[in-house]
Write a protein that binds this ligand. Structure first.
Ligand code: SF4
Length: 237
């Protein structure tokens, strides 16, 4: 039997943005440079601990009450597995030859039993305006796609999942008079109306590319490849 191709949401996201990068990463283990977001990881972890408290007592988090979300953090034996970067929630398709997985930040449950997928983000901006960010930046659109891929994964695992998903944004205040070793945040809970109808098609397209001998052209607007191209042109002039 041929081994299933292991995919994550970032593999599919790479395929959407630049199929060449997807091939470089999955087939040749070559990735563009990136920095570890250690402060974001710290925020994720603190947030997880706080939501786990409300999961344990099966009460809504105060943010749910404030934002009129009739839900509580979902209590399930696999919640830690789904949140683990090394395991996550997975779905295997023998027919299409893939094993797709992703690690969620949190899952909440509505009164009607539907699950809400949530993701935690940290940033630091003077004026936080999600709509402006979403319209202007591709990374914000990728955040929505990330939630849609997780919604699809949970549905494939047999759960009823709501179309709405949430981004829980912590915006670090950088203009406080005194630091005192404390970073204060504004909290923004952003509701996204998602549709996961595109996900399966894109996962299958990604697998087909990785099974083929194609080596697609680089994206024209990528800063990494443009940097290398300009450097190479300068050297060879
Ligand atoms: S264009 Fe960018 S995204 Fe595409 S292969 Fe080059 S570095 Fe990767």
């Amino acid at each position: 039997m041929i081994a299933l191709i292991k995919l994550s949401r970032s593999t599919v996201e790479k395929y959407i943005n630049c199929p060449r990068c997807c091939v470089l990463d999955k087939k040749y283990k070559i990735k563009p440079p990136s920095l570890p977001f250690t402060l974001n990881i710290a925020v994720d972890n603190l947030c997880k601990n706080e939501f786990d408290h409300y999961r344990e007592i099966q009460e809504p988090h105060p943010l749910f009450i404030e934002n009129k979300i009739d839900a509580i953090p979902f209590k399930h034996k696999d919640i830690d597995l789904w949140r683990s970067n090394f395991k996550g929630i997975r779905y295997k398709s023998i027919e299409h030859n893939f094993d797709f997985g992703g690690a969620v930040d949190d899952v909440w449950q509505k009164k009607n039993g539907e699950l809400i997928i949530a993701d935690v983000k940290a940033t630091s901006r003077n004026n936080f305006d999600w709509n402006q960010t979403f319209n202007k930046y591709d990374y914000a659109k990728a955040y929505k796609r990330q939630l849609e891929m997780y919604q699809w994964l949970f549905r494939k695992n047999g759960f009823k999942v709501a179309d709405e998903a949430y981004l829980l944004y912590f915006n670090g205040k950088k203009n406080e008079r005194f630091f005192n070793n404390k970073l204060h945040f504004d909290t923004h809970l952003i509701k996204l109306n998602c549709s996961a109808s595109w996900v399966e098609g894109k996962v299958i397209e990604t697998v087909r590319l990785l099974q083929s001998n194609q080596f697609p052209k680089p994206s024209t607007n990528c800063e990494y490849c443009n940097y290398l191209k300009k450097r190479w042109q300068l050297q060879n002039n």
